[in-house]
Design a protein around this ligand. Sequence first.
Ligand SMILES: Nc1ncnc2c1ncn2[C@@H]1O[C@H](COP(=O)(O)OP(=O)(O)OP(=O)(O)O)[C@@H](O)[C@H]1O
Ligand SMILES: O=C(O)[C@H](O)[C@@H](O)[C@H](O)[C@H](O)CO
Length: 178
Amino acid sequence: MAQEKKAAQARCIIVMGVSGSGKSTVAQHLADSLDAHFIDGDDLHPADNIRKMAAGEALTDQDRVPWLARIQQHIGQSLACQQSIVVVCSALKKQYRDTFRQHTAALTFVFLDGSFDVIAQRMRARENHFMKVDMLNSQFATLERPDAFEQDVIAIDVREPVKVIVKQLESRLAFSAV
Ligand SMILES: Nc1ncnc2c1ncn2[C@@H]1O[C@H](COP(=O)(O)OP(=O)(O)OP(=O)(O)O)[C@@H](O)[C@H]1O
Ligand SMILES: O=C(O)[C@H](O)[C@@H](O)[C@H](O)[C@H](O)CO
């Protein structure tokens, strides 16, 4: 089975959304299910970005430039080896998503869509994470929700359990094969 999956064209799936929407959780399960490489964009932030967010300050476009470039580098390396990759990246603005699109042909975004209240509740319950719930207002303010013209985006309701979300994605990704 794993061999069959690797024989298909390598693709990149970016799991996007605001902080606390479930990106790391869903992406890790999805990568396991697709037998794909996995990277968590949070691990690629420059240390100053982490310090800033932990101090409750929102990142600027400028702060995100080196971070997005590092993520793109990992995507490029994986696809060059014909290895599919699932990536965690908030990709809050359309301009960030468009930059990924310019560099990567076989690309699908998964948008974890949820209300402020649902996500805030999960962030409050989460322990040992630098991103605290007081950052959620700025995350929603920055988010440019993908619209119908962004046809490479699969939107997912985050109220579903993780297992259900992964099942939904397995079937929707099969139909959006690149
Ligand atoms: N579908 C879900 N149902 C219930 N709880 C969930 C679901 N998805 C994620 N969670 C929980 O919500 C919290 C936030 O999830 P997670 O850390 O994966 O989000 P994130 O988008 O990666 O956050 P950040 O961007 O801040 O790192 C975690 O405690 C996780 O276990
Ligand atoms: O784009 C941003 O504002 C930030 O990068 C955040 O979204 C974090 O990467 C992450 O999601 C928080 O844990």
